[in-house]
Design a protein around this ligand. Structure first.
Ligand code: FAD
Length: 406
């Protein structure tokens, strides 16, 4: 039995252990993770790690010795399948039973799969784990044509890397623009033009009917229209399903994620949830209950839980931020654009350095900044303040954003 058991050795789980020790928590800590690796950064999986520019050692969240030094017991390669909140135990797939004083659920999610025929063929890949990417990279030498299903950040980042490798890449997006779920139209159109300029074949408003098979492997994607796109590899980036089954089975409230309060407590006593799997009321979404899939959210929620366990009176209200690297474009996002009713483009997209500013009822709620770090840094204050600023002024790239704070 451990004073704190953390389930999930990813971004949130790792930061929870780090923050507990930083806050001088003296009790015992165990981390149970179903992947074999020590906690590592996930963002590089579709960026520098996929590109081969960063080794696995360089994406570890902490050096291996750190966990021993901080007295964090690592139980890796073990999936928790059952939680018993009355007995205060978790059980693993192998049948091991581990007692806890407090339980921190930080399991992220599993990539959503296509449901059509052929979805599990050899050559069909998700990009969620190191194992996913290593397998994909092993197959790459035999691959010329890649179809990416899903024009979200992960699909587009993978498309950018594979294009650089000289692969012929096709991206399929069901909506009428890429990044439709997370960004405004000007940003979508900019990235569409960039990918096309780099040789990516981009199809919008298309549905996938099935994956075509040859000798047990994927050899093409059939569209709903009947057209077939021949390929040697399919990469699927169509979202994440939060890994909360054992918690919901134990009676925790939730559905799409497990419901948590401002201290990341679930409805079950002494069980917290953080990161991609935690459905929380977010101040920057006007209090709406959402899940955020970002390193910022996983880390900040982990810190809130550590402080709460140590008796500090804190509540989660961190400003969301995110980034994406594609080609030589560095996108940095602050705030949440959900529910915006106006969009301002600041600067000239053709210059490849500009920002898209999102407004709701006149207030600045978010910025997407492309190769525009100054706007990102200065825009944060506008988002925090919910500043009301004349859109014409916001659009004037000659006036620094920090000069606009009322
Ligand atoms: P994870 O980091 O996913 O960790 C959860 C861990 O729990 C996993 O190892 C999982 O296998 C394990 N687990 C699940 N169920 C169980 C179980 N029952 N028992 C034991 N272990 C279990 N975010 C950004 O902010 N910027 C980016 O640029 C960015 N790029 C990304 C690129 C890719 C390819 C991916 C996949 C994600 C990216 N993200 C990015 C999102 C970010 O990585 C996640 O939001 C973050 O990892 C969430 O942390 P987490 O702790 O909730 O989950």
């Amino acid at each position: 039995s451990y004073d704190v058991v953390i389930v999930g050795a990813g971004h949130g789980g790792a930061q929870a252990a780090v923050a507990l020790r930083q806050q001088k928590f003296a009790g015992t800590i165990a981390m149970i993770g179903d992947e074999p690796e020590l906690p590592y950064e996930r963002p590089p999986l579709s960026k520098d790690y996929l590109a081969g520019d960063k080794s696995f050692e360089r994406i570890l969240i902490r050096p291996p010795a750190f966990w021993d030094e901080r007295n964090v017991t690592m139980l890796l390669g073990a999936a928790v399948t059952r939680v018993d909140p009355e007995a205060r135990i978790v059980e693993t797939a192998a049948g091991d039973v581990i007692g806890y004083g407090k339980l921190i659920w930080a399991t992220g999610g599993s990539p959503r799969k296509l449901t059509c025929d052929g979805h599990s063929l050899r050559g069909v890949h998700a990009v969620r784990t190191r194992a996913d990417v290593d397998q994909l990279v092993r197959e790459l030498p035999q691959v010329n044509r890649v179809v990416v299903v899903g024009g979200g950040y992960i699909g587009l980042e993978a498309a950018a890397v594979l294009t650089k490798f000289g692969k012929h890449v096709t991206v399929l997006e069901a909506q009428d623009r890429v990044l439709a779920r997370v960004a405004g139209e000007p940003l979508s159109r900019f990235y569409e033009a960039e990918h096309r300029a780099h040789g990516v074949d981009l199809h919008l408003s298309v549905g996938v009917a099935c994956i075509e098979e040859r000798d047990g492997a994927a050899c093409g994607v059939r569209l709903a229209s009947g057209a077939i796109l021949p390929c040697d590899m399919v990469i699927v980036g169509i979202g994440v399903i939060p890994a909360v089954e054992p918690l919901l089975a134990a009676g925790a409230e939730g559905g799409n994620g497990v419901a948590v309060d401002a201290q990341c407590r679930t409805s079950l006593a002494d069980i917290f949830a953080i990161g991609d799997c935690a459905a929380h009321a977010n101040r920057f979404a006007e209090g709406a209950t959402i899940r955020l899939e970002s390193v910022q959210n996983a880390n900040d929620q982990a810190t809130i839980v550590a402080k709460t366990i140590l008796g500090e009176d804190v509540a989660y209200d961190a400003v969301p931020w995110f980034w994406s690297n594609q080609y030589d474009l560095r996108l940095q996002t602050v705030g949440l654009s959900i529910g915006h009713d106006a969009v301002v483009v600041r600067g000239v997209p053709e210059s490849r350095s500009f920002s898209v500013i999102y407004l709701k009822a006149g207030r600045v709620i978010a910025l997407d900044c492309v190769n525009a770090t100054k706007d990102y840094v200065q825009g944060r204050a506008l988002v925090l303040a919910g500043a009301v600023i004349d859109p014409a002024l916001l659009a004037d790239a000659d006036v620094p954003l920090k000069a606009m704070l009322p």
